[in-house]
Design a protein around this ligand. Structure first.
Ligand SMILES: C[S@@+](CC[C@H](N)C(=O)[O-])C[C@H]1O[C@@H](n2cnc3c(N)ncnc32)[C@H](O)[C@@H]1O
Length: 207
């Protein structure tokens, strides 16, 4: 499955910015504002892709971006060089099995990733593990329209979307419950509010 994702994103890497850059720009800025990044914080971008958000992070932070697709990371690396982002480090890594120690990052963001990874629950557990106990986790995902007909249609085409690497239908609230993550705040972002941006953290008293 990961091999399939790698192949799919190796193709998308060439068109990703042109296609998704503007469409998801509002969500990217909203996520950055919600993150309220502070000096000296360590931030992890899971599935950083072509690094569209990287130029937003101030130079007094430490940013790590990981992705399973080398071709997507190559594009992110170019942005790092172009914008001189010496505070950014990029690595090829599977989000469902990260090599970071427990409690490493102050903030972790997964933008348009949880619906794409083969095992969303395992990935969320990993995100929670590498985030500090008092840290914050941000998840941004396409959730579709509130209209029940469109929503039914979207569920219907979900297997096809999954095949072409554009995400599958997931029950994020259920996944968060299973991971013992509680939502602190959320908002609908992007065109027609089609994406859901949430800030969450480890539920107190639960492992
Ligand atoms: C839709 S793109 C989102 C890119 C970026 N976060 C953004 O918002 O523009 C999904 C990204 O997740 C990456 N990805 C998919 N499965 C992954 C995994 N298991 N581990 C790490 N990255 C993964 C893909 O290679 C791709 O770059």
């Amino acid at each position: 499955m990961s091999e399939h994702i790698k192949k799919v994103y190796s193709f998308y890497s060439w068109i990703y910015d042109a296609f998704f850059g503007k469409i998801f720009e509002h969500g990217r800025y909203s996520a950055f504002h919600m993150m309220n990044v502070r000096p000296d914080e360590t931030i992890l971008e899971v599935g950083v892709g072509t690094g569209l958000s990287l130029p937003l992070y101030p130079k007094d932070t430490r940013v790590v971006g990981i992705d399973i697709s080398q071709e997507m990371l190559d594009k992110a690396e170019r942005k790092k060089q172009y914008y001189n982002l010496s505070h950014v480090n990029l690595s090829t890594m599977d989000a469902s099995s990260m090599s970071f120690a427990d409690n490493t990052f102050d903030k972790v963001i997964a933008s348009h990733v949880i619906t794409v990874v083969p095992d969303p629950l395992r990935t969320l557990k990993e995100i929670k593990r590498v985030c500090k106990k008092e840290g914050e986790i941000f998840i941004l995902n396409y959730t579709g329209c509130n209209n029940k007909f469109i929503s039914r249609f979207e569920k219907f085409i979900s297997p096809f979307r999954d095949k072409v690497g554009l995400g599958k239908h997931i029950n994020l609230d259920e996944l968060l419950r299973d991971t013992h993550l509680s939502i602190l705040c959320e908002q609908q972002v992007n065109f027609l509010g089609m994406c859901r941006l949430i800030k969450c953290k480890s539920s107190p008293f639960l492992a």
